[in-house]
Write a protein that binds this ligand. Structure first.
Ligand code: FES
Ligand SMILES: [Fe+2]
Length: 342
């Protein structure tokens, strides 16, 4: 089946702490996926459709040896997804589960829902800061009833902070400062340098800074579904290494239809033992994300009811988002022609 989602690429499938010795279903690029861990602790992801009559395996059972049983007619699968028997007959049915390439690192489980032969772990961005002892972070996942592309464009165009997040991370300086955009193959980067600006409330509170400040935003989109933002804030005139550093990771994973898993992690490299600060930042992150979710869901309705596509108007600050849109379209076209990624 042709999907409107790029499948030959890494997506964040789950946080490591979400997956244990129980069966967890998550739709990924319109594919039902069942995640679980084997007795040796390794994580497995198989298509959540029994090869017998398509009953969801995630409604079945996992035993202590790591054998997965479908709870409709009792097919049993070993840790490699090969059918090892069924109660009804002595000879075992020829059947195996589709298993997806996975990489578990830095507390995240990355899944490649496309052609397994193309899965290349070197395409994953550096996420070592998620487990680096010099950093602390919070993470989670938020459901989004809007198409993946809207979230990609939201993150590639942070000028929206001025209008959508005025009580936390946005102020007039964001929209007033142009971005530099870089394109490297499919990857899109942008950077914005705001010098001598008023500190938005989130940075005042979480860095103890008073205005004026310098603020840097450097975003990297690793299509199809990974976005990393490097944030630096410092008192004006202070060199950046002396400032406050934060990083935000977004795993933008298409779910089913026009729904998306919005995975997030927010990290900082200062006051890492300050739990009140961690709690404050986590609350703020979720509040900001809720503002985005509300906006994207409102936008989704407008795209869904305008399938003919009335013309859009664009401005300079859309450049990174338009590059991201183009990168996804190119990847999808390549995939549908059956070509390997460039
Ligand atoms: S549907 Fe799974 S055993 Fe029949
Ligand atoms: Fe936002």
């Amino acid at each position: 089946m042709l999907s409107s989602h790029v499948r030959n690429g890494w997506y964040l499938g789950a946080w490591s702490d979400e997956i244990g010795r129980t069966l967890t279903r998550r739709w990924i690029t319109d594919i039902p996926v069942c995640f679980y861990r084997l007795p040796d602790g390794s994580v497995t992801a198989v298509e959540d459709r029994c090869p017998h009559r398509k009953y969801p395996l995630s409604l079945g059972h996992l035993d202590d040896e790591g054998t997965l049983q479908c709870d409709y007619h009792g097919y049993r699968f070993d840790g490699q997804g090969v059918c090892v028997g069924v109660a009804e007959q002595a000879d075992r049915p020829k059947a195996a589960l589709r298993r997806f390439p996975l990489v578990e690192k830095d507390g995240a489980i990355w899944i490649w829902p496309g052609e397994a032969d193309l899965a290349d772990a070197s395409l994953l961005p550096d996420t070592s800061w998620l487990t680096d002892p010099r950093w602390t972070h919070v993470h989670g996942v938020v459901p989004l009833k809007a198409r993946h592309l809207l979230l990609v464009e939201n993150l590639l165009d942070l000028t929206h902070e001025t209008f959508l997040h005025p009580t936390s991370i946005g102020n007039a300086a964001v929209a007033a400062t142009p971005i530099d955009v870089t394109v490297d193959g499919d990857r899109v980067g942008f950077s914005r340098r705001m010098v001598g600006i008023e500190a938005p409330p989130f940075y005042e509170k979480s860095c103890g800074l008073t205005s004026p400040v310098d603020r840097w935003q450097d975003g990297e989109f690793h299509p199809p579904g990974i976005f990393v933002l490097h944030i630096r804030v410092a008192a004006t005139g202070t060199e950046e290494p002396e400032g406050f550093h934060m990083k935000v990771l977004y795993g933008m994973t298409p779910a089913l239809g026009n729904e998306t898993h919005d995975f997030y992690a927010l990290a900082r490299d200062y006051l890492i033992d300050d739990e009140d600060l961690t709690e404050f930042q986590h609350k703020q992150q979720l509040a900001v994300m809720q503002e985005d979710v509300d906006a994207l869901e409102a936008q989704e309705l407008m795209y869904a009811t305008d399938p003919g596509g009335t013309a859009e108007s664009s401005i300079r600050s859309d450049l990174a988002a338009l590059r991201g849109r183009r990168a996804l379209a190119k990847m999808l076209a390549r995939e549908q022609r059956g070509n390997v990624p460039a």
